[in-house]
Ligand binder design. Structure first.
Ligand code: NAD
Length: 467
C-alpha cells in the first residue's frame, strides 16, 4: 500500500476550512465521516474458462440528501481509501454547485485493458446485481455515473441490469451518463470538460485576479498543458482550443507531446486512435516520461487523469501560473500550500470538475419527469419570438431577411438548455467561492470547502438532528 492516503488529504482540506466556520464539533464530525461503505468480492468467469476474483466498493459518504451520487471507476489502483475520498469529494462538490445529492463513489479494481468487453460486461452486471441486493443503487437511493475507465457502455449495462431486477417506473434514473438512446441527455459526455472551460473562463475574465498572477484577462492566447486525453482531458482541451487558447502540451501514459505554437487536439486524438500513442505526432516534440511536461512553463496546467500528480516531489518545479483540477485530487495538500504561497492560482476539483455531476443531475431530472427538456416550451417560444420580430418589422416599416427571422425565432432544444444550465452553474458557483476567498483572505480550495460545509450543515440542522 502506498504511503499516500487520499481520504486523509481530503480531510485535511476539510479541517482547514472548518476553522473558518463556527459549527458544532459533532456536526463537523458527522459531515466529514463516510456514512457507509460496501465492500464486495465476487467471481467472474473469464473467456478462457478460468475464474478471477474481483474486488469492488461503493461508498456513500453523506446521506444528508438522497439519492447519493457519484461515478464508478475501473482501475487497478482502486482501493477503499480512494473510493471513500472520492465519495467525500462528491458530497462537497454537489454542495458547492447546489446539486441536491449526497456524495458517493464506486470502484472496481481491474485493469480495464486486461479484460475483454464480454468480461467487463459480466463484471459490471454482477457488480450492479450486488449493489441492488444491498440497496446501494436506485433512482432515489444511489445513482452511479461514468468516471475513470468507464463510459456510456458500462452505464447501459448497469441500466439494463437494474431494469431487469427493479420494478419501478423510475428505474431509468438509477444511473446517469447513459447513451441518449437509453434515456441519457445531450451534452453529458462532454459536460465535465465543458464545465472546466466555463469555470476557468470565468476566473480568467476577472482582470484583478489575473493581474495578481501576472496574466492578462481572457482565455485567448493562454498556453495550456493537459494531462490525460480521456473523456475529461480531451473535452477540456478541445473547448480551450476552440475558445482561443493554445494547447502546447498533452500528457498521456505513454509519454507527452509538446508544440509551442499549439497542438490540434482533434488531430492528435485521431493520431492516438490510429497508432495507439500520442507520440510521434506531426510537428510536435516527444517528451518522455510524459510527467516531465507537468513542469514546463505554461499559463494553465490542467491535470485530468488521476490523483496525487502534483506532490512534494515535483511541486517546486511546477511553473504554471494557474492549476485547473479537472481530475479529482491531483494536488496533494502540502503541494497546494506550497503553490498558493508562491501565488499560483489553483482552481479546485470540488468546483471545477462539477460539470459532470451538474449535467448528471439534469439527466436524472429528465428521467424522473419522463420528458425531454424543451419539449413543452420550444414551439411556444418560437411563436412568441416570431410575433415579436413581426411587431418590430411593422414598427420599423422594414422586413428582416428570412435567415434573420429564423435565427431570431429559434427556441431552445435540450442541448441548448443543458449547456445554458451548466454555464450558469459554473459561473454562479465560481463567483460564490471567489467571494468567500476574498472575504476570508484564503485560497479557492478552502473557500469551496467553507461553502460546502455550510451547505451540508444547514441540511443537517434543518433535519433537526443538530443544534
Ligand atoms: P478516462 O478514463 O476517460 O481518461 C483518463 C485518461 O488519463 C486516460 O486516457 C488515461 O490513459 C490517462 N492517464 C492515466 N494515467 C495517466 C498518467 N499517469 N499520465 C497521463 N495520462 C494518464 O477518465 P475521465 O473520466 O476522463 O476521468 C479523469 C479524471 O477526471 C478522474 O480523476 C475523474 O475522477 C475525474 N472526473 C471525471 C468526471 C467524468 O464525468 N468522467 C467528472 C468529474 C471528475
Amino acid at each position: 500500500m502506498s504511503a499516500y492516503q487520499f481520504f486523509e488529504q481530503v480531510n485535511r482540506n476539510f479541517d482547514k476550512a472548518s476553522t473558518y466556520t463556527d459549527h458544532d464539533e459533532g456536526l463537523l464530525k458527522q459531515i466529514k465521516i463516510c456514512n457507509s461503505v460496501y465492500k464486495i468480492s465476487f467471481p467472474v468467469r473469464k473467456d478462457d474458462g478460468s475464474i478471477d476474483v474481483i474486488r469492488a466498493w461503493r461508498a456513500e459518504h453523506s446521506h444528508h440528501k438522497r439519492p447519493t451520487k457519484g461515478g464508478l471507476r475501473y482501475s487497478r489502483h482502486v482501493c477503499e481509501d480512494e473510493i471513500t475520498a472520492l465519495a467525500a469529494l462528491m458530497t462537497y462538490k454537489c454542495a458547492v454547485v447546489d446539486v441536491p445529492f449526497g456524495g458517493a463513489k464506486g470502484g472496481i479494481c481491474i485493469d480495464r485493458a486486461a479484460y475483454s468487453d464480454a468480461e467487463v460486461e459480466r463484471i459490471t452486471r454482477r457488480y450492479t446485481y450486488e449493489l441492488i441486493k444491498k440497496q446501494f443503487i436506485g433512482s432515489g437511493i444511489d445513482v452511479p455515473a461514468p468516471d475513470y475507465g468507464t463510459g456510456e457502455q458500462e452505464m447501459s449495462w448497469i441500466l439494463d441490469t437494474c431494469r431487469a431486477m427493479i420494478d419501478s417506473i423510475d428505474s431509468e434514473a438509477c444511473v446517469t451518463g447513459k447513451p441518449v438512446t437509453q434515456g441519457g441527455i445531450y451534452g453529458r459526455k462532454e459536460a465535465t470538460g465543458r464545465g472546466v472551460f466555463f469555470g476557468t473562463r470565468e476566473a480568467c475574465d476577472n482582470a484583478e485576479d489575473m493581474k495578481h498572477i501576472g496574466l492578462t484577462p481572457g482565455i485567448e492566447g493562454k498556453r495550456v498543458i493537459v494531462q490525460g486525453l480521456g473523456n475529461v482531458g480531451y473535452h477540456a482541451a478541445y473547448f480551450f482550443m476552440k475558445g482561443g487558447a493554445v494547447i502546447t502540451g498533452i500528457i498521456e501514459r505513454e509519454g507527452g507531446v509538446f508544440a509551442k505554437d499549439g497542438l490540434d487536439v482533434e488531430a492528435l486524438t485521431k493520431h492516438r486512435q490510429e497508432t495507439g500513442s500520442v507520440l510521434d505526432f506531426d510537428g510536435a516534440e516527444n517528451i518522455t516520461p510524459g510527467s516531465r511536461l507537468l513542469e514546463y512553463e505554461c499559463d494553465i496546467l490542467i491535470p485530468a487523469a488521476l490523483e496525487n500528480q502534483i506532490n512534494e516531489k515535483n511541486v517546486n518545479n511546477i511553473r504554471a501560473k494557474m492549476i485547473v483540477e479537472a481530475a479529482n485530487g491531483p494536488t496533494t495538500t502540502d503541494a497546494h500550500e506550497a503553490l498558493t504561497e508562491r501565488g499560483v492560482l489553483v482552481i479546485p476539483d470540488t468546483f471545477i470538475n462539477a460539470g459532470g455531476v451538474t449535467v448528471s443531475y439534469f439527466e436524472w431530472l429528465k428521467n424522473i419527469s419522463h420528458v425531454r427538456f424543451g419539449r413543452m416550451a420550444r414551439r411556444h417560444e418560437e411563436q412568441a419570438y416570431l410575433k415579436l420580430a413581426k411587431a418590430i418589422e411593422e414598427m420599423a416599416g422594414k422586413a428582416f431577411t428570412a435567415e434573420k427571422i429564423k435565427e431570431l425565432s429559434l427556441g431552445a432544444d435540450e442541448l441548448d438548455l443543458v449547456n445554458s444550465g451548466l454555464e450558469e452553474t459554473m459561473i454562479k458557483s465560481y463567483r460564490e467561492i471567489n467571494e468567500i476567498r476574498r472575504q476570508f483572505k484564503t485560497d479557492l480550495r478552502t473557500a469551496a470547502y467553507i461553502l460546502a460545509i455550510n451547505e451540508v450543515a444547514i441540511s443537517y440542522q434543518q433535519l433537526g438532528i443538530f443544534p
